[in-house]
Design a protein around this ligand. Structure first.
Ligand SMILES: NC(=O)c1ccc[n+]([C@@H]2O[C@H](COP(=O)([O-])OP(=O)(O)OC[C@H]3O[C@@H](n4cnc5c(N)ncnc54)[C@H](O)[C@@H]3O)[C@@H](O)[C@H]2O)c1
Ligand SMILES: [Zn+2]
Ligand SMILES: [Zn+2]
Length: 365
């Protein structure tokens, strides 16, 4: 089969690799129908995630069709359409039993495109299939559910739920990339009084308004703290959600909140951050961190089914799966291409093109 293989920092290619096979009785083999690229894949390519060994297939978000199941798999069958999420659950360890699948100690957690081969491929081996995949309702398209594999549960769980967003709250979202925008989208489920989006990029701030931000602040030009104080009668926001992953934006979040407010950190940090306890100790603040657990995936799926959430607005660019390398170029240059999420689609079975004609299925950008 073909797959997008990581060959060390800065190096990736669309290679011929062996088809995956069932190793454990709890495995399934899934044919990937739709996949996408995450900002974390770009971090890996920069060499920021040394646990990813050269030779690993990247990708941790997909919708596919089950083509084979291990002898121990009982709840999914060959032919089922499934969402394969960024988090795998062994279903047995203490953390899985408590719904903290991201912390799984039984061989699950974030493993795709990290510790085992991932999902930017024609086929994938999916461990712990019974406890890890979600059947996709027939009436929903791949694109309607694909972003449930990562950005929506991440934003909702690590941002909105950890930040305890309540009706009427003023919520400041720092960073309006896919994660910040998904935070705005899912924060609205809790009817905040006002959402303030803060970013350095005017294009992203325009998107934030489209996604439902009431106020936008470009903190490259404006004093974000002064503006938030002005909007909140000098108190600060009830909740600040960090969706960038750099020291400045974490510190900004701790300065934006009111006494008794909450900071929910979603960003992945590669550098030390100063925690100003000398100022914060007296302010009764709550600071949370987290890796997504994906324990809200079923709830978010029902909201999509009910027409209350429409994640298809994230899909700015479409490519054939065979053009994954091109898709990386476009996604990696988001400042110029304005990409939010790229959708990689496999050629449907029975419609294979003759070798060399892959270009024909690139459906443009
Ligand atoms: N905790 C988790 O489980 C989890 C899961 C997925 C992603 N993440 C992390 O979430 C973060 C956001 O992801 P993304 O895909 O949206 O990233 P992204 O890079 O696409 O977006 C980041 C946004 O932050 C803005 N920004 C950069 N510096 C800024 C600054 N100083 N002030 C204000 N805005 C600034 C950029 O203009 C951009 O719009 C990343 O750190 C990512 O690794 C965390
Ligand atoms: Zn991701
Ligand atoms: Zn587990």
């Amino acid at each position: 089969m073909k797959a997008l293989v990581y060959h060390g920092p800065g190096q990736r290619s669309w290679d011929d690799v062996p088809d995956p096979v069932i190793i454990e009785p709890t495995d399934a083999i899934v044919r990937i129908d739709s996949s996408t690229i995450c900002g974390t894949d770009l971090h890996i390519l920069k060499g920021d995630v040394p646990a990813v060994k050269p030779g690993t297939i990247l990708g941790h978000e997909a919708v596919g069709t089950v083509v084979e199941i291990g002898s121990g798999v009982t709840t999914i069958a060959v032919g089922d359409r499934v969402l394969v999420s960024c988090i795998t659950s062994c279903g047995r360890c203490r953390f899985c039993k408590e719904g903290h699948y991201g912390l799984c100690t039984g061989g699950g957690g974030w493993i795709f495109g990290h510790l085992i081969d991932g999902l930017q491929a024609e086929l994938a081996r999916v461990p712990f299939a019974d406890t890890s995949v979600y059947k996709v309702p027939d009436e929903l398209s791949d694109e309607q559910v694909l972003f449930l594999a990562d950005i929506l549960p991440t934003a909702y769980e690590v941002g909105v739920l950890n930040g305890r967003v309540e009706p009427g709250d003023t919520v400041a979202v720092v960073g309006a990339g896919p994660i910040g925008l998904a935070t705005i989208m899912t924060a609205k489920l809790h009817t905040p009084g006002r959402i303030i989006a803060i970013d350095l990029d005017d294009g992203r701030l325009e998107k934030a308004r489209e996604f439902g931000a009431d106020v936008t602040i470009n903190n490259g030009r404006e004093d974000a703290i002064a503006k938030v104080m002005e909007l909140t009668g000098g108190l600060g926001a009830d909740v600040a959600i960090e969706a960038v992953g750099v020291p400045d934006t974490f510190e900004l979040c701790t300065e934006l909140i009111r006494p008794g407010g909450r900071v929910a950190n979603v960003g992945v940090h590669g550098h030390s951050v100063t925690l100003h306890l000398e100022k914060l100790w007296i302010r009764d603040v709550l600071i949370t961190t987290g890796l997504v657990d994906t324990n809200t995936t079923s709830k978010l799926l029902r909201l999509i089914e009910g027409g209350r959430l429409d994640p298809t607005v994230f899909a700015t660019h479409h490519f054939a799966l065979a053009d994954t390398e091109k898709a990386y170029d476009v996604f990696g240059a988001a400042a110029e291409t304005h990409a939010l999420k790229v959708v990689l689609t496999a050629v449907p079975v029975g419609h294979e093109l003759p070798a060399g004609d892959e270009e024909l299925v690139a459906v443009g950008v």
